[in-house]
Design a protein around this ligand. Structure first.
Ligand code: BG6
Length: 485
C-alpha cells in the first residue's frame, strides 16, 4: 500500500504580516496589511486611508516574531518540524515596491531567519506575496490593476531568489490567489483588497468580477515570469502556485443545483488551471466573450503563462460550502448561486464548515485535474477560543480532533486514492493575528501566545496539549492516528 514518504514535509505555516510585527523597523515600508484595523466575528476589518494615529492595527505588532523567531523556531524543532512556511514581507525588501534598490537591512533579516531554520534542519517554504503588497503600489498604481506592477513583483522575486538561492528550495508566488473569486462570500470586497490591493467593499459584484479578472491575470503573468526566472537562477527550485480549495457541494441532485455547483467550482479553479496548465480554461474564455469583460490579455502574456507553469500546487483547506442555484434557466453562470447551510456539517465559532471528508474529496478532485502535479497542503487548522487552566495548561482537545480527522483524511487520499501529497503544514502552529478578523483570540496554534486583541499581555509562549500530540504525529509519520482510530 502506498503511504506517506519518509521525507514527507510535516510542519506548520504562518505569514510575515500576521506574526512579525516591527512594521516600520529597519526601513520596512507600509503594506496593505498595515492599514487594516482589528475587527471580530461580526465586525469586518476597516481598510484605512494610510495609517491613522489612534486606530488599532494588530499587524503592527503581530506576535513580535521579528524579535522572537529564534526561540519560536526552537519550539517548532522540538515538535519535530521538517518544514516551516512563512512569507517574506515584500515591504522589508522593497519598501515602496517601485524602489530602484532593495533594502539591505530587510534582506539581512531573512538571511538570518533562513539560517536559523537550516541549523534546526527545518526546510524553509517561502511565500513571496502573502496579502502584504506595498501600500504605495496601491496609492500610486491602483494595486494589481496596473500592468506595471508585474515588473515590480518580478524584480522583487529576482532579488530574493538570487539572495537566498542556497538557503531556500521551496517557494510559492501569491498566497491563495483563488480567494478573490469568491464573489458570493460576504467578505469578497475585502478579499479583493488582500489579494490585489483593490478596495472592493463598495463595489457591485459585476465591478468586482471585472477588477478581479484584470488583477488576477497580471498576478498570474507575474507568477509565471517569476517561476521561469527562478528556474534559471536555480534549476533545483520548486516553485508552487497557491490556492484555497474550499469544496462546493450541490444542495440537491436537481440539475440546476449541479450546474450551479459546477460553475462555482470552475470559477474557483481557473487560477490553479492557469498555474498548472499554463492556459486559460475554455469556459472562462467563453465567459469573457459573452460578458464583454475583456481583460488585457496579450498573445505574449499567453506565451509567458505557458512557459512558467508551477512545480507543485500548494493548497489551503479549512471548510466546505454548499450551494443552491438562484435560477432554473439552463444558462446558469458563475455567480448564479447562494451559499446555504449543509445539515451534515457543523461549523466553528467563526461559522466555518468543519468537513474533514471534504479534504479527501478535494484532494481527489485536484489529483484528477492535475495528475502530474504534486500537492502540498500548506494550510489547514481550526481557529478557536483557548482557555488557560490549571496554572499554565491549555487542553485543546477540539483542535486535536479537528486536525486528527483532517490528517487522517489526507492519509486516506494518499493511501487509498493514490493522491501525490508531499507535505502537510498546518496553519498557525503558533498563535498569530487572524487575517480575516485581526483578532488574537481566534487561535490556531500548538503554542499559545499570551497577547490579547489589543496587543496587551506578556507575550509568553505556552505549549498546548496539541503540541505534544503533533510531535507524536510527526514522530510516527502519522501512524499514531491509525492506532487511535
Ligand atoms: C488563509 C490565509 O485564508 O486563512 C491566512 O492564507 C489566514 O493568512 C488563514 O490566516 C486563516 O484565516 P483567519 O481569518 O482565521 O486568520
Amino acid at each position: 500500500m502506498k503511504t506517506l514518504s519518509h521525507d514527507f514535509l510535516w510542519g506548520g505555516a504562518i505569514a510575515a504580516h500576521q506574526a512579525e510585527g516591527a512594521w516600520n523597523v529597519d526601513g520596512k515600508g507600509v503594506s496593505i496589511a498595515d492599514v487594516l484595523t482589528a475587527g471580530d466575528v461580526s465586525h469586518p476589518r476597516e481598510i484605512t486611508d494610510g495609517v491613522i494615529a489612534g486606530k488599532n492595527y494588530p499587524n503592527h505588532h503581530g506576535i513580535y516574531f521579528h524579535d522572537t523567531y529564534k526561540q519560536d523556531l526552537q519550539l517548532m524543532a522540538e515538535m519535530g518540524f521538517k518544514a516551516f512556511r512563512t512569507s517574506i514581507a515584500w515591504t522589508r525588501i522593497f519598501p515602496n515596491g517601485d524602489d530602484a534598490e532593495p533594502n539591505e537591512a530587510g534582506l539581512a533579516f531573512y538571511d538570518e531567519m533562513f539560517d536559523a531554520m537550516r541549523r534546526l534542519n527545518i526546510e524553509p517554504v517561502i511565500t513571496l506575496n502573502h496579502f502584504e503588497m506595498p501600500y504605495h503600489l496601491v496609492t500610486k498604481y491602483g494595486g494589481w490593476r496596473d500592468r506595471r506592477v508585474i515588473d515590480f513583483f518580478v524584480r522583487y522575486a529576482e532579488v530574493v531568489f538570487n539572495r537566498y538561492k542556497d538557503k531556500v528550495t521551496y517557494w510559492m508566488t501569491h498566497n491563495e490567489i483563488s480567494n478573490q473569486t469568491a464573489m458570493k462570500h460576504e467578505a469578497s470586497g475585502f478579499l479583493l483588497w488582500t489579494n490585489s490591493g483593490i478596495d472592493g467593499k463598495e463595489m457591485s459584484v459585476d465591478e468586482r468580477i471585472e477588477a478581479m479578472s484584470q488583477a488576477a491575470h497580471y498576478e498570474l503573468v507575474a507568477s509565471a515570469k517569476a517561476v521561469a526566472l527562478g528556474h534559471q537562477i536555480n534549476p533545483a527550485f520548486k516553485i508552487g502556485g497557491m490556492v484555497n480549495v474550499a469544496p462546493f457541494y450541490p444542495v440537491s441532485p436537481k440539475p440546476a443545483d449541479m450546474l450551479a455547483y459546477q460553475k462555482a467550482r470552475q470559477f474557483r479553479d481557473w487560477l490553479s488551471d492557469v498555474h498548472v496548465r499554463g492556459k486559460y480554461p475554455n469556459e472562462l474564455e467563453a465567459y469573457y466573450e459573452k460578458t464583454g469583460y475583456r481583460p488585457d490579455i496579450t498573445a505574449e502574456d499567453r506565451d509567458v503563462l505557458q512557459a512558467g507553469t508551477v512545480d507543485y500546487l500548494a493548497v489551503s483547506y479549512y471548510a466546505s460550502s454548499t450551494v443552491e442555484t438562484t435560477t432554473d434557466e439552463p444558462k446558469v453562470g458563475y455567480t448564479d448561486y447562494e451559499d446555504v447551510t449543509n445539515p451534515y456539517i457543523k461549523t466553528s465559532d467563526w461559522g466555518w464548515g468543519l468537513d474533514p471528508e471534504g479534504l479527501r474529496y478535494t484532494l481527489n478532485e485536484l489529483s484528477e485535474m492535475y495528475p502530474d502535479t504534486p500537492i502540498m497542503i500548506v494550510e489547514n487548522g481550526l481557529g478557536a477560543y483557548d482557555k488557560i487552566e490549571d496554572g499554565e495548561q491549555i487542553h485543546d482537545d477540539y483542535r486535536i480532533s479537528y486536525l486528527s480527522a483532517h490528517i487522517q483524511a489526507m492519509m486516506t487520499a494518499v493511501e487509498i486514492d493514490g493522491v501525490n501529497v508531499i507535505g502537510y503544514l498546518s496553519w498557525g502552529p503558533i498563535d498569530i493575528v487572524s487575517a480575516g478578523t485581526g483578532e488574537m483570540k481566534k487561535r490556531y496554534g500548538y503554542i499559545y501566545v499570551d497577547l490579547d486583541d489589543e496587543g496587551e499581555g506578556s507575550g509568553n509562549r505556552i505549549k498546548k496539549d496539541s503540541f505534544y500530540w503533533y510531535r507524536k504525529v510527526i514522530e510516527t509519520n502519522g501512524q499514531v492516528l491509525k492506532q487511535q482510530a
